[in-house]
Structure formats: C-alpha cells, structure tokens
Design a binder for this molecule. Structure first.
Ligand code: AMP
Ligand code: GLY
Length: 427
C-alpha cells in the first residue's frame, strides 16, 4: 500500500514510525513531515491545507491511503474533498468528514451533540454579542472559577479559566469582541469540573470502534502543573485510575453514544476520536472532543499498540474494523518533551542539537527540528519527544530521563516531574 501521511509534529513522527512497521506498507510519504519522519518515509514539501497539490501528488504517486494527523485539514474538509473527486474517491481517507470534524471545530456543536445523546459534560450555554446580557446572568448562576471557550479553533489557546466574576465578565466581552478573531464570535460558558484529566482515544469506522491505550498529558510548562499552558510537555500510558470499571463507564456513557450518535446523524466518521475527559470522583465527563490523536499522547500511545496500524486502517476504510485485532502491550510508556528555552512564549530557533546518536534505550520522536547544512537544529517550541518503554512507569521514567541527559542543545528545557501525580495518585 502507498500511504500519504499529513502533518509535521512529534505525533506524525510517531505515526510514521508505526506505519513503517506495517507488513502492508509499500511506500510512505509525509507532507510536509520533519527530519524525524524522513527516517521512516519520504518527506514531500506540500502544506497540509494545500488540497490541490495533495491531489496532484496522490495521483502521481499512486497513493492508496491518506492518513490525516492534524485537525485543520479535516475541519477544512479534506475527507469530503477526496470523497467527492472522481480521481480521488477510491483513496481511503483516515479522518473525519468536515461535519464530523465540527466535534473539535465548534465547541457549541460538540456541546449540543453531547446534550442530544446525554453524554456527561459540564453544564453550559453559548453566547454571542446579541445576548451578552444573558451571558452575564448565566455566569452569576455558576460558581468560580468560570470556564470560557471560543467556539472555533484558536490554536489551542481558546479556553480561558477566570478565578473571579469581574475577570469572567471582562473576558467574555473581550472574546466576543474578537480576541480570537472569528473563532470567538460565539463563546461557550461552562461549569468548572474538578478532578483529574485523562485522554482516551478510539479509532472508528463509523460503526464499531477500537479503544486505544489511554494517556495522561502534562499541559503546563512548569513542574507541579504551574505556569503557562503549552501543547503538552509529556505523557504517560497507562494511567492507573483508568481501571476496568472506569473504562466501562467511559465506553457505555461516552464512547458508544458518541459513535452511535454520529451514525444516527449519518455523519461520515472514519478516523480517530480523542476524548479529553475529567475523572471527577470516579465519574467521567467530557471536557472536549478532538478529531485527531493527541500530541504528545500519540508518542506514548502508539509504541504500546500491539497491532499493525495499516491493517486497522484498512478495517476503518472498509468498515470492517470489528474483524480486526488491536491489543495493548503490557509495558508502560513515558514521553518527556524537550522544549526550546522560553517556550510557550518567544524562543530562538536554529540551535544545533547534539547527542541524539548516543540514545540507545528510548525512541526520540522529532517535533520541532530542521536540518541545515547537514546539522540537526531546533525549529519549534516543542523540539523532541523522548519515549521510553519499560515494565513500570517508574522504570520508563528512569530510561527516558537518562536518555535526555545524553541530548543537549542551548536552552533545552524539560519538566522533571512527568508521571509523578500518577505514581502518587490515591482515590
Ligand atoms: P483545551 O484548550 O480545550 O484543551 O482546554 C484547556 C484546558 O482547560 C483543559 O485541558 C482543561 O484543563 C481545562 N478545562 C476545559 N474545560 C474545563 C472545565 N469545564 N472544567 C475544568 N477545566 C476545564
Ligand atoms: N495534548 C493535547 C492535545 O493534543 O490536544
């Protein structure tokens, strides 16, 4: 099979690494990819939203399957673009249709969907500039802290949590006045959920689904979950509190109604669903849906997946996923992100990276890297995702941190406490 993978982050390096292990693979191309993906396939210099160039490349290279890493091309309708094009319609697309992708692309759509199927989530209401007065009234009925979410995609920055009413009101006004451009013309105001977060993932063909290993990610820049929000500074899998009883609740109250709801509404969905969940006293609530895999969760999840990924994708494409096997390795996985100093604020790029060749017992997935004059350099905020597998999370952490000690670049920053909350977790 000839496969084109879209994306360029650590998540896509992990996908490329896993796809390259498939018995069914002939050629793997990645657009645009990064120096890490180039170790598993051939990078093609096309942007993920340039559908016309993607089309030309697919025809020229006899592509059989398109695997979409990030959400943006899905929200922009790449699934439908392929389905409606005579020359592309036989190429399998692993990803949601544009309407399906609204589960991530519009918080209001997602909340209404959950409401229709009684899927547990925070109480909410949606406001625009026309009914802002009702927004203030709704805020008054909630308790602090207040959660305000831009309806549309806002590069992961569209959620603001306000500690007091004054801030919440000011933030609501600012958001509706265009703080996130068109994305915040509508704002979802919701109840704050207490508990501990976990990311759960399924692959679905629109009828059945496979539950993938769960992961916990670490969103804040500083140890102890302090400081600014980032794209994610590390991940661990498995997550101790996701026991059989919790999984059972997630499957019956959240995953099954979601897949059944998509099917009932005739929304084409052949791809991943990422459930951002809050475990509130043992009860799962949906914080958000994403229509892609998480980053850096993927870098911890895929190494634990005991399955041929292209075989699963074939099952997704032919709607026979039910007949496929998908096991999870008993080993634990830990991913620690090495970031550029200053991230998530301003940071330098083009800093040479040393020592990667000395890492022997971890997988170094590349996220924000570039090659210049044959030297590997930083080119983004999150630079490397160092994943280790071991019998326990503790041992995987030791391996990952020991590997990191062999890697150096000026300003390299990483969290020292990945996984500690899980190791110390008591119900
Ligand atoms: P997002 O940008 O959608 O990933 O949301 C950012 C973060 O905001 C989430 O990971 C949660 O930590 C937090 N968050 C979002 N909604 C809620 C909520 N209703 N209650 C508590 N925390 C929330
Ligand atoms: N790590 C969270 C995300 O990918 O959205």
């Amino acid at each position: 099979m000839n496969v084109l993978l879209l994306g360029s982050g650590g998540r896509e390096h992990a996908f490329a690494w896993k796809i390259a292990q498939s018995k069914k693979l002939k050629n793997l191309y990645i657009a645009p990819g990064n120096p890490g993906t180039a170790l598993s396939g051939k990078n093609i210099n096309i942007s993920v939203n340039n559908f016309d160039e993607i089309k030309k490349f697919c025809i020229k290279s006899d592509i059989n399957m398109l695997v979409v890493g990030p959400e943006e091309p899905l929200v922009n309708g790449i699934y439908d673009f392929f389905a409606n094009d005579a020359q592309l319609k036989n190429i399998a697309v692993i990803g949601a249709s544009a309407i399906g992708a609204m589960l991530e692309g519009s918080k209001d759509f997602a909340k209404e969907f959950m409401h229709r199927y009684n899927i547990p989530t925070a109480r909410y209401k949606t406001f625009t500039n026309e009914n802002i007065a009702q927004g203030f009234e709704f805020l008054a009925r909630l308790e602090a802290p207040y959660v305000l979410k831009a309806d549309g995609l806002a590069a992961g920055k569209g959620v603001i949590i306000c500690d007091n009413m004054e801030d919440a009101k000011t933030t609501l006004v600012e958001m509706l006045d265009g703080k996130f451009g068109a994305a915040s013309q509508k704002v979802v105001v919701e109840e704050f959920l207490r508990g501990i977060e976990v990311s759960m993932f399924v692959l679905t063909d629109g009828i059945s689904y496979k539950l993938l290993p769960e992961a916990k990610d670490y969103k804040r820049i500083c140890d102890g979950d302090k400081g600014a929000n980032t794209g994610g500074m590390g991940a661990v899998s498995p997550v101790s509190f996701v026991d059989d009883a919790f999984k059972q609740k997630v499957c019956s109250r959240i995953i099954e109604p979601t897949v059944a709801g998509l099917q009932a509404e005739k929304i084409n969905y052949q791809g991943f669903i990422f459930f951002g969940l809050m475990n509130s006293g043992g009860e799962p609530y949906v914080i958000e849906y994403n229509v892609r895999m998480g980053d850096p969760e993927t870098e911890a999840v895929l190494p634990r997946l005991d399955a041929d990924l292209l075989d699963l994708f074939e099952g997704v494409a032919s709607k026979t996923l039910d007949s496929k096997t998908c096991n999870t390795a008993a080993q634990a996985a830990v991913t620690v992100i090495c970031a550029s100093g200053g991230y998530p604020d301003a940071y330098s790029k083009g800093i040479e990276i040393f020592g990667m060749e000395n890492v022997t017992d971890s997988i170094v997935f590349q996220a924000g890297t570039a090659v210049c004059n044959n030297r590997l350099q930083t080119s983004g905020g999150r630079v490397l995702a160092v994943t280790a597998l071991a019998d326990t999370i503790e041992n995987a952490l030791k391996k990952s941190y020991s590997s990191i000690s062999k890697i150096k670049f000026n300003g390299m920053y990483f969290r020292k406490d990945i996984g500690q909350d899980i190791l110390n977790y008591r119900t």
